[in-house]
Design a binder for this molecule. Structure first.
Ligand code: MTE
Ligand code: MO
Length: 435
């Protein structure tokens, strides 16, 4: 990928000039740079990676998928046994619920994704429905509990997710072994993962090992506490009663401007971008070249698919100067990207229009340099580095009170914080990684 279309406000944590933006190298959290949005199908090497713990190395020969719980016949399937079901291939966007979290105001804790924890691929596998029916799924099963081969670090809860019966039985919900025609790579879930088109990435369980049919709401951490958002509007920064939160499911309608960021001189130019949505496809993209005062219709191109990226282009008479460009997508359900996203405590499903500075006949200002890895006091290294690296903290912009909450949560997950070191640790975190 070229560095020519780097984003105007800078790539804060970019690992190298060609490649992914590293949010954290352990566990692996890599973001696609903006110029990745030039391609309708995201190559595997440019596809974002989001892992909560270390990537398990699965040997296909030792691996089986276990289906159990409320089924007539519990069964284990090898990949070759799964391949006897009718094959299904579809193109779908995989987007992390936390994509865009870095733009939430006030700031929220968590991986500070900007634009690129999203990608579009062709997924090949079999229908989850067919596999469940072959095991005689009981009518009393309301949820399917999905567990992958990855193991938690410390006392962190295991990443387990449920999908409600209706979504599990939807013909587009697949168990896949291939991405863009190639076997899944280790970071994307080899040998088998779930795809839940239209839904955020947290339901797309990787390294899938077992599916248990159950008849109640699962109360594991990643269902009961994480990946929940308020059912309605809340004031930015407000605390929300857990009973008013519901699981994250559908993605929001969204678009990005991929570039180019600069043009040598004034004249007719073409701006390119991508738009996507949930099960309700993108029907319109509008562009404003004057920070939202006037909007014009962009041209939808590429190959329309139900769940995939939709490429758009905008022909523009560029005048010399610096322009703030915005794009906004609308879907078939009539939902349009807002100018300001709905705030929620974990910063999920951010979909506000993004301002992008475009430089015409003027030079692009230099980007801020990437932050240097920090050493920090011994208490910091001992408490935080046993489960993840420095990148995880460097990207946060939290108040002392927010850091206090994070330290409490992490101590619960096994971080070693001595009572006498707690203040030193909080001083360091809130002085170095503040709003
Ligand atoms: N087993 C397992 N599955 C997982 C995760 C994980 O940590 N463990 N992360 C989830 C999240 S939050 C996202 S956004 C997607 C990311 O998929 P990718 O890394 O292939 O892009 O995987 C999901 N599946
Ligand atoms: Mo995610």
């Amino acid at each position: 990928m070229s560095a020519a279309v780097a984003f105007a406000t800078g790539r804060v944590l970019r690992a190298a000039d060609t490649g992914m933006i590293t949010l954290s190298s352990s566990p692996e959290d890599f973001e696609m740079p903006l110029d990745g949005f030039m391609q309708e199908i995201t190559p595997v090497g440019a596809f974002f990676v989001r892992c909560h713990t270390l990537i398990p190395k699965v040997k296909e020969a030792d691996w089986k998928l276990r289906i159990s719980g409320l089924v007539r016949e519990p069964r284990d399937f090898t990949i070759s046994e799964l391949k006897r079901f009718p094959a299904a291939t579809l193109t779908a966007v995989l987007e992390c619920a936390g994509n865009g979290r870095a733009f939430q105001q006030p700031r929220v804790a968590g991986a500070q994704w900007r634009y690129g924890s999203v990608g579009n691929a062709r997924w090949t596998g079999v229908r989850l429905r067919d596999v469940l029916e072959a095991c005689g799924l009981s009518p009393s099963a309301t949820q399917l509990l999905l567990n992958g081969e990855d193991l938690p670090v410390g006392k962190m809860p295991d990443f387990q997710r449920t999908i409600e019966r209706k979504k599990a039985l939807h013909p587009d919900t697949l168990l896949v072994w291939a991405m863009n025609g190639q076997p899944l790579t280790a970071e994307h879930g080899f040998p088998l993962r779930v795809i839940a088109p239209g839904w955020a990435g947290d339901s797309w369980v990787k390294w899938l090992r077992s599916i248990e049919a159950i008849d109640h709401e699962f109360d594991g951490f990643w269902m009961k506490t994480a990946y929940r958002h308020p059912a309605g509007h809340v004031e930015p920064g407000a605390t929300v009663d857990p009973k008013d939160m519901m699981p994250v499911t559908d993605l929001s309608v969204k678009s990005v401007i991929a570039g180019p960021e600069s043009f040598p001189k004034a004249g007719a130019v073409t701006i390119t971008g991508m738009a996507w949505s949930n099960a309700s496809p993108v029907t319109k993209v509008e562009v404003s070249a004057d920070n939202g005062a006037n909007w014009s219709i962009a041209k939808l191109g590429g190959t329309p698919t139900k769940y995939g990226f939709r490429k758009w282009t905008y022909r523009w008479q560029a005048k010399e100067g610096v322009h703030t460009m915005l794009s906004r997508a609308t879907n078939a359900a009539g939902e349009t990207q807002p100018l300001r996203a709905e705030w929620n405590p974990s910063g999920y499903l951010y979909n506000a229009t993004q301002p992008m500075s475009i430089y015409v006949g003027v030079s692009v200002p230099s980007k801020p340099a990437a932050m240097k890895p920090s050493d920090g006091p011994a208490a910091y290294r001992a408490a935080c580095f046993s489960c993840h690296d420095d990148g995880m903290m460097r990207q946060q912009r939290l108040t002392r009170q927010q850091w206090d909450r994070e330290v409490t949560k992490m101590t619960g997950w096994g971080a070693d914080v001595k009572a006498e070191d707690r203040n030193t640790l909080l001083d360091y975190l809130s002085a170095n990684f503040k709003p």
